[in-house]
Design a protein around this ligand. Structure first.
Ligand SMILES: Nc1ncnc2c1ncn2[C@@H]1O[C@H](COP(=O)(O)OP(=O)(O)OP(=O)(O)O)[C@@H](O)[C@H]1O
Length: 313
């Protein structure tokens, strides 16, 4: 089956900076694919190349087997999305804006306006001027605009960045709905938790390079076995943990105890603690943050990598 996106060896340079450095990506039909990396990793530049908005210096990208550089706009049939923030006329209502977009798109786009407004949950506010919209509503309207093209593939550049918690929740719910409707989605993000919530496959990018590509659950599995523990007596519990079979890397801080171990060893440890009269306040499997994963993959310190800090959600 033809991949929704197949990018091979994409390179984009700006002077001394290699914004995108030999990126290979394969997004299959039906994937909700996370393109995950810190600020400046090259996410927006990659999406621009995929959408045919800028020309790569090297490499090529095919969308459903068609190369936008060779075939022009025809290659973008069934593909929609926006990079950075969508743009609308603030003095017009959401509906008028969509009518304007539909007129440009042509075909039967205008007939999809009601459904698109409904999908993004803006039906009730469709006659309000976009000027009064929150950032989240504008982002959702951007998706409504994309849906007018009846896409099979949607590319979204950091769709939740800058949104408040309710805006993020609504946007994520919308992406879930679109995925359930069978749309293939590529979304960029700097939030591990967001990608975990929405995506089944992921590429982690840093400084223009892909350092991991694959199934998200396989990536998460590599981080399994780390726990945070709080007890009624952390000092003694840490001593017991250090002696316990199958438990390693025990550290104690004000936040409690952290250690590594498999599920069997952890079960034994809880029994030993109980026998010592120590109660459990919390035992939480720790999911690695993007930052931890990222540094583990690049095997360096933040300073050595010269990267900006990431934002674990
Ligand atoms: N038009 C341009 N001219 C010069 N440099 C650029 C241009 N576009 C991007 N860059 C540089 O390329 C690198 C990658 O930028 P890009 O915007 O693709 O990253 P990003 O991962 O999307 O980051 P962010 O999350 O901050 O948007 C950055 O160093 C950026 O400064």
């Amino acid at each position: 089956m033809t991949a929704a996106i197949e990018a091979r060896g994409l390179v984009k340079r700006y002077g001394e900076i290699t914004a995108v450095d030999h990126v290979d990506l394969t997004v299959r039909s039906g994937d909700v694919y996370g393109y995950l990396g810190p600020n400046g990793a090259g996410k927006t530049t990659s999406l621009r190349m995929l959408l045919g908005l800028i020309r790569p210096d090297e490499g090529s990208a095919r969308l459903f087997g068609h190369d936008p550089l060779v075939e022009g706009a025809r290659a973008l049939d069934g593909v929609a999305g926006f990079v950075e923030a969508p743009r609308f006329y603030p003095y017009m209502s959401a509906r008028k804006n969509l009518e304007f977009v539909a007129a440009l798109d042509g075909g039967d786009a205008a007939e999809r306006i009601d459904e698109a407004l409904d999908t993004v949950d803006l039906t009730k506010r469709q006659h309000d001027k976009v000027r009064g919209y929150s950032h989240g509503m504008k982002q959702r309207l951007g998706i409504a605009g994309a849906l007018l093209r009846d896409p099979k593939l949607l590319l979204l550049d950091e769709p939740t960045t800058g949104l408040d918690p309710a805006g993020m929740r609504d946007m994520r719910a919308l992406v879930h709905r679109l995925a359930e409707d069978g749309l293939t989605v590529l979304l960029s993000s700097h939030l591990m938790s967001e990608v975990e919530d929405l995506c089944d496959r992921v590429a982690i990018v840093t400084r223009g390079r892909v350092v991991y590509e694959g199934a998200l659950d396989e990536l998460i599995a590599t981080t399994a076995g780390r726990y945070d523990l709080r007890t009624t007596n952390d000092a003694e519990a840490a001593m017991i943990a250090r002696r316990a079979h199958g438990i390693a890397g025990v550290t104690v801080s004000n936040a409690g105890i952290a250690f590594e171990g498999d599920e069997v060893a952890v079960a034994h440890l809880t029994l030993e603690l109980a026998q010592a009269g120590i109660g459990l306040r919390a035992l939480v499997p720790r999911t690695a943050t993007l930052e931890e994963l990222f540094f583990r993959m690049t095997e360096g310190t933040p300073e050595q990598n010269g990267s900006q800090p990431l934002v674990p959600a």
